[in-house]
Design a binder for this molecule. Structure first.
Ligand code: ADP
Ligand code: MG
Length: 406
């Protein structure tokens, strides 16, 4: 008897339809494939999205880097010193100008406490207190290592707490202050000049009268010699006063130039020729001329500039009573040209140098003391400058700097 088959199996065997099973399986497969396709397309979409997010992120990072380097560049190129000190006193930003002005490198001080590396009142106020009470200062001045700083500070409260703190802006105003002093002096000189001119005008008329009457007296006192002599002194005195009045008026007169384009080499040759043919030009003085080969054009008023140069040249000749060398040198220096008038004469000491260009400063018995002032006024009217260097007993050089083009 064969082994009997369990009855359930027999039942199943009798209900098992292979076609139906295959159909089920096929459907299951189809469903599976469908889901798999969905999954795949979702994956592709996700991948695409990730790619675009990545691209966006990369773009943002590039933008951020660009912005950071732009801001760093701005900080670096600002001529003002900039510092940021956070609430606990740590120095977190210091631009290049600040390092230069304070003569430190940022490696030595950055991320350190302000008061550990600088005096607490470096900027003219107590830093600890300012941070504690959130104080800003509009405008302060403080000397630091021989320089004059202009300082302003602003407290920052915006953003997260680590970004709260004090911005300090500062700059070196030593030069500005020096210029201010010069401008003030120039203003004073101008006012003084105007006053002197008014005074000179007022003196000139009665002086003419005095001289006229003294001359009449002189004529009528022929028979009384000692009285005539006195009238002669009066006339002499009025002549000296008239000379002084003329000088003051000349000093007070404003300089007006009418520039045209002039080749400086031939201009200077012309001036040298003019000096040489002057009968007063001493044989003991040698005139040397150094002019560059290339032509140099500059907007100058040749008559005015010639007058300025003649003042310098006659001073140079007068500084060499025993003879010497007088050189006129023309040079090009970037957008400017230099004209030098040098002598090998008596030179000047520091005290004299300090008074140079002051109106009416003269060391000569017959001097007026306005030659240099006139020369300076003319050169300045050409937007140029004039400087002197000198050594007692060795000689003097005056240098005129003129812009070639404006
Ligand atoms: P002045 O020639 O009438 O004295 P300036 O204004 O031309 O007036 O010169 C002022 C003073 O400057 C002179 O008296 C002299 O002391 C000094 N000085 C100018 N040029 C020279 C020079 N080349 N060498 C030495 N001293 C000079
Ligand atoms: Mg002179």
């Amino acid at each position: 008897m064969p082994e009997s088959i369990p009855s359930e199996l027999m039942q199943a065997k009798s209900s098992f339809h292979p076609e139906e099973a295959v159909r089920h399986l096929t459907r299951a497969f189809a469903l599976f494939s469908e889901e798999a396709a969905h999954l795949k397309s979702a994956y592709v979409k996700l991948q695409e999205k990730l790619l675009s997010v990545n691209q966006e992120l990369a773009q943002k990072v590039t933008e951020l880097n660009r912005l950071t380097s732009y801001l760093n560049n701005v900080l670096k190129n600002v001529s003002q010193g900039i510092l940021f000190v956070n609430l606990d006193g740590t120095l977190t930003v210091m631009n290049e100008a600040a390092q230069k002005l304070l003569k430190v490198s940022q490696e030595a001080v950055l991320f350190k406490k302000m008061w550990d590396v600088f005096p607490d009142d470096l900027f003219g106020f107590p830093m600890k207190e300012a941070l504690k009470f959130g104080l800003s200062h509009k405008l302060l001045y403080k000397s630091y290592e021989g320089k004059e700083f202009e300082i302003s500070t602003t407290f920052v409260y915006e953003g997260p707490k680590p970004y709260h703190g004090l911005i300090v802006l500062f700059r070196d105003v030593s030069e500005t202050q020096k210029l201010q002093l010069i401008v003030n002096r120039a203003h004073r000189m101008k006012e003084l000049g105007e006053m002197a001119a008014t005074l000179a005008h007022e003196i000139r008329n009665p002086l003419g009268g005095i001289r006229g009457y003294a001359s009449l007296l002189y004529r009528d006192l022929k028979s009384q010699e000692h009285l005539q002599e006195m009238a002669g002194y009066v006339i002499e005195g009025t002549k000296n006063l008239e000379k002084l009045v003329t000088t003051v008026l000349q000093y007070a007169r404003p300089v007006q130039v009418q520039p045209s384009s002039v080749e400086l080499g031939s201009f200077l040759r012309g001036v040298a020729k003019f000096v040489k043919v002057d009968p007063a030009f001493p044989d003991s003085v040698k005139l040397q001329l150094h002019i560059p080969f290339d032509p140099l054009l500059a907007p100058i008023d040749p008559e005015m500039l010639k007058a300025a140069l003649l003042n310098l040249i006659f001073n140079a000749i007068q500084a060499m009573p025993n003879g010497g060398a007088l050189s006129l040198v023309l040079m090009k220096r970037e957008a400017s040209c230099l004209i030098e008038v040098s002598d090998t004469g008596i030179g000047m000491d520091e005290e004299q140098m300090a008074k140079l260009f002051s109106p009416f400063f003269t060391t000569k018995a017959q001097g007026t003391g306005i030659g240099l002032v006139e020369a300076q006024k003319i050169v300045q009217a050409h937007f140029g400058s004039i400087e002197a260097r000198s050594q007692p007993g060795r000689g003097t050089t005056f240098t005129i700097t003129l812009p070639l083009k404006r």
